[in-house]
Ligand binder design. Structure first.
Ligand code: ARG
Length: 460
């Protein structure tokens, strides 16, 4: 039975009903709808709409319903009600009869759904913060095991300068740590309770909305009833946090796919997160990473969809806003699964240190060092850059790395080169020199790891 039958003489068309109903997806807010109802029951009791005895009966029935719903939330999805609010109200009426019909006094589904969704978002944020922390811990662990495993660093996908796997992993820790803090900011922004705003103009009963907000675990009540029922900024912000983090996950996945490829072979991913080809028996495909990269698209799509849905909506509530849930639910589920999967990818990952070292040594990634060496001999950097460019062309033609050239060969391009050039061309020297904060020297990497270990151990 619908909540609003009185004004209607005709049955809703079945096709409209299934188009309009949201229970198939908003059943996921059952717990929050009941919690909100518990808060509301107390609020209306505080202004004498129901007696204390009625409140006790309502609370007992709502608690009972909560326990039932928690057993198998998914079973509600196809119960045939218009939405989760209709479902909860109707089940309450089944339990306490006419008393259940008093609960909606002074409340609207507009402030109810806004409250439910914020409660749901707040709970999800807690879970997601844990997932992000979990991935940061995995990456810091990997960085600790490989703080000195040398790999080539790339720009334009060309070998540029050597770095280490520790430094690489800590770069992603920085990204996921920003995601963590971005989400924490979002959590603070959404911590306001819309309940008591009713349909749009505010409830007609003198309820203390600050007490109600506190009761439901919010920092404070919202300040404007029109805004309260039409605000979905928290949905946009969460989708935006999810999208930015999916960019990070996708870029990391892409790096891993490349490192796992036959061409680079720095990684061998475990059998747990790869799959085979139905045709080519030799293949081991990095599906987990490819799916992380692929799924970023649908998360961005949800953000774009929500922005488009909200743009141009007049104040206050419009049914368009029911479209806020499916994209959000899907995006947060996807983000959560991808964070989890990224952790799994690092389990039993094998690193081929010979490959990484020989790749780091190839590709003339010590050319900048030679230029810096010439600068130390008094040659202006721009000129040194040119000399080294010519030397590299010569070395490529001779099929040798720079460190294998004779001093006499270096001297064809610059007579300032002496025997002391060789130590500066080694990987050890290249790393050691980058000792300014954030650089790739092993001391800097270790201190970055220590710093993050401290930060993460303070997080529950
Ligand atoms: N299912 C609706 C939604 O998710 C609940 C609010 C309905 N409000 C209304 N005025 N019809 O937005």
């Amino acid at each position: 039975m619908a909540l609003w039958g009185g004004r209607f003489t005709q049955e809703a068309d079945a096709r409209f009903k299934s188009f309009n109903d949201s229970l198939v997806f908003d059943y996921r807010m059952a717990k929050e709808d009941i919690e909100g109802s518990i808060g509301w029951a107390k609020a209306i009791a505080s202004v004498g709409i129901i007696t204390n005895d009625e409140l006790t009966r309502l609370l007992a029935a709502l608690q009972e319903l909560l326990a039932e719903v928690n057993k198998d939330p998914h079973s509600i999805a196809n119960a045939g009600f218009e939405d989760i609010h209709s479902y909860v109200e109707s089940k309450l009426i089944d339990k306490v009869g006419d008393l259940g019909k008093k609960l909606h006094t002074g409340r609207s589904r507009n402030d109810q759904v806004a409250t439910d969704l914020k409660l749901w978002c707040k709970a999800q944020v807690k879970i997601l913060l844990q997932s992000i922390t979990g991935l940061e811990k995995v990456l810091v662990g990997f960085a600790g095991n490989h703080f000195d495993t040398v790999i080539p660093g790339y720009t334009h996908l060309q070998r540029a300068q050597p770095v280490t796997f520790g430094h690489w992993a800590m770069a992603y820790v920085e990204m996921f740590d920003r995601d963590y803090h971005r989400l924490t900011n979002c959590q603070k922004m959404m911590d306001t309770c819309p309940l008591g705003s009713a349909a749009l103009a505010g409830t007609a009963y003198p309820i203390d909305r600050e007490i109600l907000a506190g009761d439901l675990g919010f920092a404070r009540a919202t300040r404007n009833s029109l805004d309260s029922v039409s605000d979905r900024d928290h949905v946009l912000e969460l989708l935006s946090c999810a999208s930015i983090s999916m960019v990070h996950l996708s870029r990391m996945a892409e790096d891993i796919i490349f490192y796992n490829s036959g061409e680079s072979a720095f990684f061998e991913l475990s059998d747990k997160v790869t799959s085979g080809s139905s045709l080519m028996p030799q293949k081991k495909n990095p599906d987990a990473c490819e799916l992380i990269r692929g799924k970023s698209g649908r998360v961005f799509g949800s953000l774009m969809g929500m922005l488009a849905t909200l743009k141009g909506l007049p104040l206050a509530y419009n049914k368009d806003m029911q479209e806020d849930k499916e994209g959000l639910f899907d995006a947060l589920d996807t983000w959560h699964d991808c964070l989890d999967m990224a952790c799994l990818v690092f389990e039993d990952i094998k690193v081929n240190k010979e490959k990484t070292l020989s790749a780091a040594k190839g590709g003339y990634s010590n050319a900048t060092e030679l230029a810096d060496y010439l600068v130390s001999k008094g040659i202006p950097f721009r000129e040194a850059h040119h000399i080294v460019g010519e030397t590299v062309v010569y070395a490529i033609k001779s099929g040798k790395p720079l460190e294998d050239l004779q001093v006499s060969e270096f001297k064809q391009f610059c007579d300032k080169v002496e025997d002391d050039v060789y130590p500066i061309l080694t990987i050890e020297s290249i790393l050691k020199k980058r000792c300014a904060k954030g650089g790739v020297s092993l001391e800097q990497i270790k201190s970055a790891i220590d710093f993050m270990n401290n930060v993460l151990s303070d997080r529950s």
